[in-house]
Write a protein that binds this ligand. Sequence first.
Ligand code: BES
Ligand code: ZN
Ligand code: ZN
Length: 513
Amino acid sequence: MIKTTIKNERLQTHKTECLILFCPEEKKPSGKLAELDAKLKGLIGTSFKNKRFKGKHNQTFLLNVPKPIQADYLLLVGLGKVGEITGDKLRQAAGTAARCAENEKLSTISFYIPTDNSAREIHDGLAKSDDSFSQTVAEGSLLSLYHFEEYKEPEKDKPRRVKQITLLTAEKSQVSSMRSAVARGRKLAEAVYVSRDLISHPSSTATPSYLADKARDTAKTLGMTCKILKPGDMSRLGMGALLGVAKGSQEPPAFIALEHHGGAKNDPPVVIVGKGITFDTGGISLKPPASMDEMKMDMSGGSVAMATLFAAAALKIPTNVVGLIPASENMPSGTAIKPGDILKSMSGKTIEVLNTDAEGRLILADALTYAARYKPKAVIDLATLTGAVIVALGHQAAAILGNNDELANQLQQCGEVTGERLWPLPLWPEHEKAVKSSIADLKNIASPGVGAGTITAAAFLKAFAGEQPWCHIDIAGTSWSGEDKPYTPKGASGFGVRLLIRFLEQEATSNPS
Ligand code: BES
Ligand code: ZN
Ligand code: ZN
């Protein structure tokens, strides 16, 4: 990961290739920036005056600066209107500026971190998140500078990348709090990187066994418990739904259980369940070829569960957390399940499989049943479950559904702060009726014409969540970004990781053990 350092130096004498300054909209430089601007004979002020730069959110403006200033370039980045600045806007601005500098081939960059008093308007915007300015800047810039290049031959003339991020303060007393804030920002970004890497690997690498090995190895280094159930164990437990999905594949399925014991011994844990389909062809109900390659991301939920558990251990969050990842391929073959087949799940409920492409809910069914063994205080599942969620919400938000509004509200609020939006959809008795089968207990798709694909999928899961306080998050539209976003480069997003870490930290402080 890119190096981060903290320096207590004067703006004018700090040596860097690119000095980045955050600017609220239509606000002339004040405080230390005004001093710098005076040295620059009003260069920054003039950019505002002649309307070349207005400070609109995520607007950037690169200036070549004269001596005696020690920075090669000044990069202004807009925060938008005062009073409307939020933590996520700052995170985005930091990400935008970092990427802009990288595109300009600048490899050492420095963010000027104003003191609390000199930038009241920005700090007020952060108050809701209680994440500090420095953490947000570290997080946003590191997230935006992520690259996945494991399968590329090392190029002779490698594109110049940012190698060093400095957070600069003029106030010595700020240094120690900045140090812990930046360390935290790094840990959060690292967790997102873990999830993005797992999603980005092709399915020939990231098989169920690969996920299991990664979980086991990382758990060992972090001192956490990791259990891997093999197909034999699954049969003994009666996990017929997970085994049914895996039947068509040469790759053996794996059921990963990670445990972080951060709370008191008998405190009920939060269980995070993640869909781990390492490739979804659709099975016998084969998907069309266009964009099928993207289905390597069908283990996004599993990767988020794994990354969150690792982060919980790395950050030593004082609460108990369990991560469950049912992992399998969904393949068509002579041994695959066929439409019309009936599977017996671990819960004892039978499932008529009418479409083998609705496989995610099958493997989650057994994982939700397994979750009950922990007598959890909350179960949260994340899954790239339905294309219908993209119809409903596009790529701007994940859908949240479940049997507990309080839990859903809390998760939604966490996402507001971390910039990972959740939006609620209803789950009514009619939807539950729509997944009842005439010859088995349930069917894995509703009849044609029912519509509400995201909701009927959740209604199916509800039958297996039982009485546990449970929420389902459908991330099919948010776990892969088709374009560069301020701090999410095109590709795997790692959506959900920071939100869940925040949720776990809240749980730990609201119920201290
Ligand atoms: N993995 C897909 C859902 C998906 C779609 C993820 C687009 C990411 C992007 C899931 O297993 C699936 O195929 N769902 C079907 C359900 C249908 C058969 C009821 C779908 O959404 O078409
Ligand atoms: Zn599918
Ligand atoms: Zn799928």
